[in-house]
Design a protein around this ligand. Structure first.
Ligand code: PLP
Length: 441
């Protein structure tokens, strides 16, 4: 059976618009971002019709940490298909137990229970459920500009622009500026069930917190009997050069959420892991959270292989070696383009380029696209271009990324190009958009 290339690209786009989302199809058309993914391998993705190749530095926020179609993951899934299926989420399972045992060996010491779910938002929902059920308190504190998913409780921790459509807003959710301990200390109180932060908020523009931030957060949580939930969905599994981003900050969270890369880019899988005292929540009602596809046995086989690869010292050494090369290259780039490139944000291969203003993220996303690089701006701080290559990227490929990024900045500096890209990007969003563009560029 043929899975790719049966239809012409235009036909695919039309079917997508007709049966899935005309809004998305129109948006991509209007900004000339016309990629339909065909072949994919390692760090590369190819357009289905033109065969144009892109280096994937979006990686779906870490889904493709191990590259596209990683051979070890593929052969694990193929082997698993000879014996397993999804299993039954109500019952005890060998594969789930096996994965859990390995998981607990590699998570920060003190965390010793894990539940497997089907996606990141669901895993965050479970973390918040645990916090509220355990503490019997209501308030959940999260960061402005943070992102924890679009499911029920996770949505309520996120940006207002995604919640305002679904009124009434869930009560008890409060946001604070990320990295601001004074603000947090004035907000947290005895009615706080949990504080939830990403270790490095990706959608907020790869904001690296001060070194002692999480220690202070943990201290405040302990003082008020609140649970610290750390979202490692993007920062986990080696992205920052340590297996878990939070290890950089010397803190063990009460609850930690993992997703994206745990799938190996092949089979959806997420996890909520926690200190065993919180298991009491499930003692009276073991089925307090059930998830038909959560912890699918096929997914467990894949996730186990992902964890084995990602937790190995050689793998983490590779991430650190590569991130040093990026750091050197980015510093040169910052010096060369200081007029527009304001700051390099980097923790391992969790990287962001902060530009002059909020138009530069979209502008650079398009310029990168035109130079065969898939890099997207951070939606809650559009001055930042996220650079999240697969962690398996090799040294010569880093040079290629840097060369394409450099060409993209040169292209983006061209005034005609700026007006063309930004007028299509902003059309319909800002009344006097041309004046707005001119005022910011
Ligand atoms: C930090 C973070 N948390 C949670 C989620 C939600 O994960 P999912 O899309 O699998 O529900 C995302 C997804 O982008 C994320 O980046």
């Amino acid at each position: 059976m043929k899975f790719l290339g049966e239809h012409r690209k235009e036909e695919i786009i039309q079917k997508f618009a007709r049966y899935i989302s005309s809004a998305k199809a129109n948006l991509f058309k209007s900004v000339e971002f016309d990629l339909v993914i065909g072949k994919r391998e390692g760090i590369w993705i190819e357009d289905i019709e033109s065969g144009r190749r892109f280096i994937n530095c979006h990686s779906n926020g870490g889904v493709f940490n191990l590259g596209h179609r990683n051979p070890r993951i593929i052969s694990t899934l193929k082997e698993a298909l000879d014996e397993l299926d999804i299993g039954n989420h109500h019952l005890i399972s060998e594969m789930r137990a096996k994965l859990a045992e390995f998981f607990i060996k590699v998570v920060p010491k003190g965390i010793d229970k894990v539940l497997f779910l089907s996606g990141g938002g669901e895993a965050v929902d479970v973390a918040i459920k645990i916090a509220r059920a355990y503490t019997k308190k209501k308030k959940i504190i999260s960061a402005y500009g943070g992102y924890h998913g679009h499911t029920g409780l996770a949505l309520s921790t996120g940006d207002y622009k995604y919640r305002e459509y679904f009124l009434p807003l869930a009560p008890g959710f409060i946001q604070v500026p990320f990295g601001d301990i004074d603000y947090l200390s004035k907000t947290i109180d005895n009615d706080t069930a949990a504080v939830i932060f990403e270790t490095v908020p990706a959608t907020y523009g790869i904001a690296i917190p001060p070194k002692d931030f999480f220690k202070e957060v943990k201290r405040l949580c302990e003082k008020y009997g609140a649970i610290l939930i750390i979202d490692e969905i993007q920062t986990g599994l080696g992205r920052t050069g340590k297996l878990w981003g939070i290890e950089h900050f010397g803190v063990v969270p009460d609850v930690m959420v993992v997703g994206k890369g745990l799938s190996g880019g092949i089979y959806p899988m997420a996890a909520t892991c926690f200190q065993s005292k919180y298991e009491s929540v499930f003692k009276k009602e073991p089925f307090l959270h059930v998830s038909t596809f959560g912890g699918s046995e096929l997914g467990c086989a894949v996730a186990l292989e992902v964890l084995k690869i990602s937790s190995s010292p050689e793998f983490l050494k590779h991430v650190n070696d590569i991130s040093r090369i990026f750091a050197e290259e980015f510093e040169k780039m910052r010096r060369g383009f200081g007029e527009v490139l304001k700051e390099i944000r980097q923790l391992g291969l969790m990287m962001g380029l902060k530009f002059k203003n909020e138009l530069w993220g979209p502008l650079m996303s398009k310029a990168c696209f035109d130079h065969g690089l898939l890099c997207l701006y951070a939606n809650n701080d559009r001055s930042v271009l996220q650079v999240l290559p697969p962690l398996i990227i090799q040294e010569n490929e880093v040079k290629e990324v840097v060369s394409r990024l450099t060409k993209a900045i040169e292209t983006a500096l061209d005034k005609k190009y700026q007006l063309k890209v930004l007028s299509s990007f902003l059309k319909g969003q800002t009344k006097n958009y041309l004046e707005y563009i001119r005022s910011l560029l």
